[in-house]
Write a protein that binds this ligand. Structure first.
Ligand code: ATP
Length: 356
């Protein structure tokens, strides 16, 4: 296994054209599980293909450990890969499919047997090892693909390109958990491309959020949720995403349409110094109803959706649209809601970047 270093890496598909990847400098730790997450066209596949060697970067280098692999072809890079659609040999048995990458490397049959059994056991393929791959369901075929990507212990990293796209929705959550377990047991360096936040958040130790060829934040799922470094991260992660409201800052208060909301004094200070367009960000689930007698801010309620285990209120604070997640039991009066923005949950952004 190896750590992956992206050294001043950038990519233009055509000289003088747009940057599909803006210059970046990152180190991904040995044994880490990284998810590349972002909307269509943000550069996830380009980055994965540069790491695998399918695309040569126009600038910078890729290092696996100390080795500069930028000029190496995919087959020289010592990686496992799993694609969106199953890549398997239909006429071979499941066992032979899983054994293929090992036999190719001339491992002894005892080792092959033991390793294939281990991987098949983890992925729930042990009952079908003698079956021909072509007679299996699409889900089982993709599990074989996953197994082939994971079977070698001597790879620098395993790269996944949206590997659960073809999997039946009912099985998806199961396989996501399975991949997580596999990672914990095998301690492989994994890089996983997805546009699905749930997939990224369940799979990864660290999520790499991308937009328009830039990496906006690399962080644990919890860090991305609690302290999004950029308004897009706040908006993209969470269901629904974070609320952002234009504001000014005075002392240790953010002023949103005349409503004075207390914020962390150090953050307010940093925001005042940063200048630019300021926004107050807060998660819908972290706004709470004011207690009886407590001073709150009046939110005009436009609609309430009952989503089973919580209510989603869409409303306005002054002119600003606002989403609030409330417990089922919470009563919402016809004259709107009095709410509190807890100080520690209210974050300030200057020109889309978290301040402080
Ligand atoms: P998706 O989720 O839709 O696959 P993505 O996040 O993987 O999107 P990329 O496919 O890496 O994004 O695309 C990043 C940018 O590079 C886009 O603007 C895309 O149009 C452009 N691009 C991708 N492949 C090529 C190519 N072969 N030639 C020219 N431009 C390309």
């Amino acid at each position: 296994m190896a750590r992956i270093e992206l050294n001043q890496l950038a990519h233009q598909y055509a000289p003088g054209g747009d940057y599909a990847l803006q210059p970046m400098q990152h180190v991904w730790e040995d044994g880490g599980a990284y998810a590349l997450l972002g909307p269509s066209g943000c550069g996830k596949t380009t980055l994965l293909n540069i790491i695998s060697g399918l695309v040569q970067p126009s600038e910078g280098q890729v290092l696996f450990g100390e080795q500069n692999v930028t000029q190496l072809a995919p087959e020289q890079r010592n990686i496992g890969q799993v694609f969106q659609f199953p890549v398997i040999y239909d006429t071979m048995s499941v066992f032979d499919n899983l054994a293929f990458p090992l036999r190719n490397r001339r491992h002894g049959e005892d080792y092959v047997e033991q390793r294939v059994q281990h991987i098949a056991g983890m992925l729930g393929l042990d009952d079908v090892l003698t079956r021909r791959a072509r007679n299996l369901t699409a889900d089982a075929k993709q599990k074989i693909s996953l197994g082939r990507g994971l079977v070698r212990e001597d790879v620098a990293a395993v790269l996944f390109d949206e590997p659960l796209t073809v999997i039946d929705p009912h099985l998806k959550w199961q396989l996501r958990r399975k991949l997580r377990e596999v990672h914990e047991q095998l301690n492989l360096t994994l890089v996983y491309v997805t546009h699905d936040q749930t997939e990224a958040m369940t799979f990864a130790d660290k999520v790499v959020v991308m937009l328009a060829g830039q990496v906006l934040q690399v962080g644990t799922p919890q860090a991305l949720f609690e302290r999004p470094a950029h308004t897009f991260v706040g908006y993209f992660i969470g269901s629904p995403g974070m609320n952002f409201m234009d504001c000014q800052v005075e002392g240790s208060e953010a002023i949103v349409d005349g409503e004075r909301i207390a914020v962390d004094p150090a953050m307010a200070d940093a925001a005042a110094k940063a200048g630019g367009a300021l926004q107050l960000g807060i998660r819908p689930g972290l706004i709470r109803p004011a207690a009886p007698g407590e001073t709150g801010h009046r939110v005009k309620v436009d609609s309430v959706e009952d989503l089973g285990d919580y209510q989603l209120v869409s409303g306005h604070l002054g002119q600003h649209p606002l989403k609030i997640r409330l417990e089922e039991s919470e009563k919402i009066g016809s004259d709107g809601l009095q709410v509190v923005f807890p100080r520690d949950n209210a974050l300030l952004y200057a020109d889309d970047k978290l301040v402080g």
